[in-house]
Design a protein around this ligand. Structure first.
Ligand code: SAM
Length: 292
């Protein structure tokens, strides 16, 4: 029996044997701390009744632990050089499928329907490539596929933005968009020393759990995302000025904006970061209703 893939000695041996050097451009930092892998699996509360999507299996360290804990694992890896490695390292497991594709180009509803053998609760678990953390998270949230939870490792600083409360510095469009649909929990912080090669910054595991359906949902997720981003376009300007940026400066538009803000008792002089998530939802819906 081999030691776990993610043990430091085995990881180093795999990298040496395949003459692999981690590609910075693809955000390749391999986890070599089995405690952390266990913590990730625990945070995801995986059982043999769960299917899992992993993004970026690398050399398979996390994938192996997911396969042991879950029913079936589908892992998207963009780097084709890693395919022969994964073929070997994951050969003891019959419940893993690697898909050589950019996750941002994947048709998840189709892949999920075709590749999972059974219909089980679906969870996302991944140590994300840091250069595209935000696009991946945004894509997952906009996706029609329903995830039971999303447990992902990312740069600590981005994790803090996901988890930020109104009025604090990291609170921005990402916080609002993510929190509108999800409860956010920073499960734990991971030091640089848990990886080869070591990244420059600390990391954190974040758990996103979809909220129960609430009536105040925006009428359209895409419109909501565009609106919230527009409101935060100029962080140091007032909400009023950002709204003029979004909708235009004509007198008639100004009148409509003023009426919506008055109806919702929102002060136009506030900065965008002072608004609650619910207020962004209410604004999106109100502007839609009057056709602005
Ligand atoms: N899961 C491994 C671990 O924890 O040790 C590796 C994680 S590493 C931080 C990120 C992985 O994502 C790399 O294997 C990288 O090649 C892969 N990757 C980068 N961009 C990707 C993309 N657009 N789609 C799928 N995988 C990608």
């Amino acid at each position: 029996d081999y030691p776990e893939i993610a043990s430091p000695a085995r990881t180093q041996a795999i990298l040496n044997r395949y003459r692999l050097s981690a590609k910075k451009s693809l955000g390749q930092n391999f986890l070599i701390d089995l405690n952390i892998l266990n913590n990730i699996v625990e945070a995801a509360e995986l059982t043999k009744n769960d299917n899992v999507i992993e993004i970026g299996p690398g050399i398979g360290g996390l994938t192996e632990q997911l396969a042991k804990a879950a029913n079936q694992v589908l892992a998207f890896e963009i780097d084709e050089k890693l395919l022969p490695v994964l073929d070997e390292t994951l050969s003891p497991y019959n419940n893993i499928e690697i898909i050589n594709q950019d996750i941002l180009k994947a048709n998840l509803p189709e892949v999920v329907a075709k590749r999972f053998r059974t219909d089980k609760p679906l969870k996302v678990v991944a140590n994300l490539p840091y250069y595209i953390t935000t696009p991946i998270v945004m894509d997952l949230l906009a996706n029609p596929v329903k995830f039971e939870s999303i447990v992902v490792m990312m740069q600590k600083e981005v994790a803090e933005r996901l988890d930020a409360k109104p009025g604090t510095k990291p609170y921005g469009s990402l916080s609002v968009i993510v929190q509108q649909q999800n409860d956010v929990d920073i499960s734990f912080v991971v030091p640089k020393t848990a990886f080869i090669p070591q990244p420059k910054v600390d990391s954190a595991i974040v758990k996103l759990s979809p909220k129960m359906q609430v009536d105040k949902r925006p009428f359209d997720h895409k419109k909501f995302v565009g609106f919230v981003r527009g409101c935060f376009m100029h962080q140091r300007k007032t909400l009023w000025n950002n709204l003029l940026g979004v909708f235009g400066k004509q007198e008639s538009v100004k009148g409509q904006i003023k009426k919506v803000l008055d109806d919702l008792s929102i002060n136009a002089a506030n900065r965008p970061e002072q608004l609650l998530v619910e207020q962004f939802v209410a604004l999106t819906n109100a502007f839609h209703e009057i056709g602005v």
